[in-house]
Design a protein around this ligand. Structure first.
Ligand code: MOS
Length: 732
C-alpha cells in the first residue's frame, strides 16, 4: 500500500503535526499498563468455565495446590465479599452486573471460575490447568436462531431506548410504486487488540494502584471503588498508553476486582494478562439481524422506511446498541417504523466495539439503499441526493451542519464514478469481474463533560493535564495543538499528560468524544490563562508585571444540552454523553465511501484494489492523524465486509476461532489503495472548538460499499456478512 503524504489542510483545518508521542512509541519508551515495573510481583492466571450453562458441582484444587510456587487460588467458595457491580448500560461502570466468582451458577462459556496466583506466570498457568471443575450441564442457547432464547422489546427494558413510529409507514409501503423487503445479518466480532487485557494491582497500605489499559481511568477508579468497597480516593489508575481499545477497554470487566482483592490478601502486587481468554472475559460485538422494508415513489423519494432489528445479548445483562436513532435520521423519509429486539442467550455480555450501533445498522440501511437504487434503475448517488435532508425527518430537529452530498461529490470525482457502467456484471478485466459501488458513513457528534488544567510558564512552556486518553488516535497531539495554537507557543513547548486518574477528570474515550470534549476544556482553560495575561504580546513582560513564574488555570466544560449534574457525575466516574439525534438539534459527521472490488470469474477470490472515502466532520484538528484514523476505520470496514466473524459451536455456545491466530482479519496484502479526502466544514453549534470527532466515522458504511460492489461485479447479493468466497461460490 502506498504511503501518502498527510493531506494539505484546507480552510479551518489544523496542521498535519506528527504525533508528539511518536518518538516514545518507536523507541519503546512509551509505557503501556503491563510494562510498568512493579517489584515483587506475583502472577495471576484465570480458570474459565468449559460449559456455557449450568452449575459447578465440585471444584478440586488438590492437584493445583501441589504445583510449586502457587500462592493462592480464589473460587466462589472462598472469595471475600465484594461490593456492587453497576452495569454500564444502566449508568454504572461494569461490563456485566454479575460479580466474578459470586456463585456456582455458570452463565456463559469461558466465565471466570477461579483465579490462580503464583510466583511465576508458568507456575500460575500450570496450576490453573490442574484445577478440576465438575459441572451439572444444561443445554445452552448460542445465538439469534437457537431454541431456548428469550426475546424482549428493547424499549420495554431500556429506559434510554425508544422505538420510533412516525407517519403511516404501513400505508405508505402498501401504496409505494417500488418496494423492497430484505433481511441483512452481521456476525459476532471479537476484539483482538495487540495490547492484551492486562491488570496489575499493587497495594501500598490502604492505597491501591491499578495499571490497566483503560478508556476511562476515572470510571475504572470509581467503578472499582464500589466493586471492592474501598474509598475512591485510595485508588489510582494509570493508563498513559493503550495499544488498541476500540471500546473493549471502556468498561470495568470482572477480572479487575478479583485481582485487586487477591493482591490485598497476599499483600503482594499481582499481574494478570489474559490472552485467549480475552474472548470471554471481556466484551465483543454481538450478531445482529435486520429486516428492512422500503417503499419508494418512481422518482426515488422514499415514502416508507421500516427497520426491525434483532440483537443478541446475554442472560445476565441487557446490553444493546439500537442503531435506529442514527438510521432514521439519515434520509428524508417521513413514514418510519423502527423496532429493536434483544435476544437473550447463554453468551457473555457484549459491549462497545468501534461505532457499536452504526456499523451493523448502517450496513443494513446502506445495503438496502443500493438494492432500492437498483430496483428503481437509479444511480445510487442520485438516490442519496434525492433523499438528502437538512433535518431529522422523524422529529424535525435540524442538522447543525450536513455535508453528505459534498462528500459524495468529492469522493465520486476522485474515484472516477462516471466511468461506471450501472449494469451488474458489465465491467471486466480479463478473468476479473469489476464492481464499483458506494455507501454513506455517518456518526453522531457527541460530547461529554470534561475538565482540564493548563499551566503556562514564563519561558513559554505549557503543561496540559487531563485524565483523558490516547487510545492510539493522536489525542496527545491534538490536545497539545489546541493549547499551542491558542497560547501562541510552538507545539514542541507543550507537554500533555493523560491517562492518570489523579489528573483533572476527563471523559471516557468512547463515542468519538475525546477531541471535541478535551479540546473544549483545554480551550476554556487557555482562555483563562490568556485573560490573566490581559492581551499582552510580550510573555516575559506580562509575567514580570504579574510577579509570578507561571500561570495555572483549571476549567470545566459542560456540553450544550447536558445537565449540570453531568459535570458532578464526571467527578464520580459517570459516563454522560450528549449530541447525535437530539430533540432540538441533530449533530452528525458524514462521509461517502467508494469502493472497487475485483472478483475472479472462476475462483471467486475477492480483492479490494481501491477505496476512496471523503469525510466532513467539523474542524479537523490535524490532517495527518485524521487521515490515519479514517483510513484505519475503512480498513476495519473491509474486514467486516470480507473477513471477520467469530464462529460459534452451537452445541456448546462456544467460540471456535477464539484467538488472533484463528480469527480472520485483513493483512497488508488484502489492503491496497485507501484514499482519504477531508472535506472542510464549519460548525459553531456543536462545541467551542467546532470538532465533530472521527474515531468511529471511517468504518461506518464501508461494509455496505463493499457488499454493494460485490453485487455490481457479480449480480449476486450476499446479505450476510462477511462475504467470503465460499458464499459467492455457493450461488454460482
Ligand atoms: Mo468506542 S466503541 O465508543 O470505544
Amino acid at each position: 500500500m502506498a504511503i501518502a503524504e498527510a493531506p494539505e489542510p484546507k480552510r479551518n483545518m489544523g496542521k498535519p503535526e506528527p504525533r508528539i508521542d511518536g518518538r516514545l512509541k518507536v523507541t519503546g519508551q512509551a509505557r503501556y499498563a503491563a510494562d510498568f515495573p512493579v517489584s515483587n510481583t506475583a502472577y495471576g492466571f484465570l480458570v474459565t468455565s468449559t460449559i456455557a450453562r449450568g452449575r459447578i458441582t465440585r471444584i478440586d484444587l488438590s492437584a493445583a495446590k501441589k504445583v510449586p510456587g502457587v500462592l493462592h487460588i480464589m473460587t466462589h467458595e472462598n472469595r471475600p465479599p465484594l461490593g456492587t457491580f453497576e452495569f454500564v448500560a444502566k449508568g454504572g461502570e461494569a461490563a456485566t452486573a454479575k460479580p466474578p466468582l459470586s456463585t456456582d451458577r455458570i452463565d456463559h462459556q469461558g466465565e471466570i471460575v477461579a483465579l490462580v496466583v503464583a510466583e511465576s506466570l508458568e507456575d500460575a498457568r500450570e496450576a490453573a490447568y490442574n484445577v478440576k471443575v465438575e459441572y451439572d450441564v444444561e443445554a445452552p442457547s448460542s445465538g439469534l436462531d437457537s431454541p431456548g432464547t428469550k426475546t424482549v422489546m428493547a424499549a420495554d427494558i431500556n429506559a434510554r431506548h425508544k422505538d420510533t413510529h412516525a407517519g403511516d409507514p404501513d400505508r405508505a409501503f402498501a401504496e409505494a410504486a417500488v418496494k423492497l423487503d430484505q433481511t441483512y445479518r452481521t456476525p459476532t466480532q471479537h476484539h483482538n487488540a495487540i495490547e492484551l487485557f492486562s491488570t496489575t494491582c499493587a497495594w501500598s497500605g490502604d492505597e491501591l494502584t491499578i495499571y490497566e489499559p483503560s478508556q476511562f481511568v476515572v470510571g475504572l477508579q470509581h467503578g472499582l471503588a464500589k466493586e471492592i468497597g474501598v474509598d475512591k480516593t485510595r485508588i489510582r489508575v494509570l493508563s498513559p498508553f493503550i495499544g488498541g481499545a476500540f471500546g473493549s477497554k471502556g468498561s470495568v470487566t470482572p477480572r479487575t476486582a478479583i485481582v485487586a482483592v487477591a493482591a490485598k490478601i497476599l499483600n503482594r502486587p499481582i499481574k494478570l494478562v489474559a490472552r485467549a481468554q480475552g474472548f470471554t472475559v471481556a466484551t465483543y460485538r454481538a450478531e445482529t439481524r435486520h429486516r428492512i422494508r422500503f417503499g419508494a415513489a418512481a422518482d426515488g423519494r422514499i415514502a416508507s422506511y421500516m427497520h426491525e432489528a434483532w440483537e443478541l445479548t446475554s442472560r445476565t445483562d441487557d446490553y444493546m446498541v439500537g442503531g435506529t436513532r442514527s438510521t432514521e435520521a439519515m434520509y428524508a423519509t417521513p413514514n418510519v417504523d423502527a423496532k429493536v429486539r434483544l435476544v437473550k442467550a447463554d453468551r457473555n455480555t457484549p459491549g462497545f466495539m468501534r461505532s457499536p450501533p452504526e456499523v451493523p445498522y448502517m450496513y443494513a440501511l446502506e445495503a438496502a439503499m443500493d438494492e432500492l437504487a437498483f430496483a428503481l434503475k437509479m444511480d445510487p448517488v442520485e438516490l442519496r441526493r434525492i433523499n438528502d435532508t437538512d433535518k431529522n425527518p422523524t422529529n424535525g430537529a435540524p442538522y447543525t451542519s450536513r455535508s453528505l452530498m459534498q462528500c459524495y461529490d468529492e469522493a465520486a470525482k476522485t474515484f472516477g464514478w462516471s466511468k461506471r457502467n450501472p449494469e451488474p456484471q458489465s465491467m471486466r478485466d480479463g478473468d476479473w469481474l469489476i464492481g464499483y459501488s458506494c455507501a454513506t458513513a455517518s456518526y453522531p457528534t457527541q460530547m461529554g463533560p470534561a475538565t482540564a488544567r493548563v499551566r503556562l510558564t514564563a519561558d513559554g512552556h505549557v503543561l496540559v493535564q487531563i485524565a483523558g486518553h490516547d487510545i492510539g488516535t493522536g489525542a496527545y497531539t491534538v490536545i497539545g495543538q489546541q493549547a499551542a495554537e491558542q497560547l501562541g507557543v510552538p507545539l514542541r513547548n507543550v507537554d500533555v499528560e493523560l491517562g492518570d486518574s489523579m489528573l483533572p477528570p476527563g471523559p471516557i474515550a468512547g463515542g468519538s468524544i475525546t477531541t471535541a470534549s478535551a479540546c473544549s476544556a483545554v480551550k476554556l482553560a487557555c482562555d483563562r490563562v490568556l485573560a490573566r495575561l490581559s492581551g499582552s504580546e510580550d510573555l516575559t513582560k506580562a509575567f514580570e508585571t504579574l510577579g509570578v513564574g507561571s500561570i495555572e488555570e483549571y476549567a470545566e466544560y459542560l456540553p450544550k444540552g447536558a445537565k449540570p449534574s453531568a459535570l458532578t457525575g464526571l467527578y464520580q466516574g459517570k459516563v454522560s454523553i450528549v449530541g447525535g439525534s437530539g430533540d432540538k438539534q441533530t449533530m452528525y459527521a458524514f462521509g461517502a465511501e467508494f469502493v472497487e472490488v475485483r472478483i475472479h470469474a472462476h475462483t471467486r477470490e475477492i480483492r479490494v484494489p481501491r477505496l476512496v472515502g471523503a469525510f466532513a466532520a467539523g474542524r479537523i484538528m490535524n490532517t495527518r492523524t485524521a487521515r490515519s484514523q479514517l483510513m484505519g476505520g475503512m480498513i476495519w470496514g473491509i474486514s467486516s465486509a470480507l473477513h471477520e466473524a467469530t464462529e460459534i459451536d452451537e452445541r456448546f455456545a462456544r467460540y471456535v476461532n477464539d484467538n488472533l491466530a484463528d480469527y480472520q482479519i485483513p493483512v497488508n496484502a488484502d489492503i491496497a489503495e485507501v484514499d482519504v479526502i477531508l472535506v472542510p466544514e464549519e460548525d459553531s453549534e456543536i462545541n467551542p472548538v467546532g470538532v465533530k470527532g472521527i474515531g468511529e466515522l471511517g468504518n461506518v458504511g464501508t461494509a455496505a460499499a463493499v457488499a454493494n460492489a460485490v453485487f455490481h461485479a457479480t449480480g449476486v447479493r450476499i446479505r450476510d456478512l462477511p462475504i467470503r468466497l465460499e458464499k459467492l461460490l455457493a450461488t454460482t
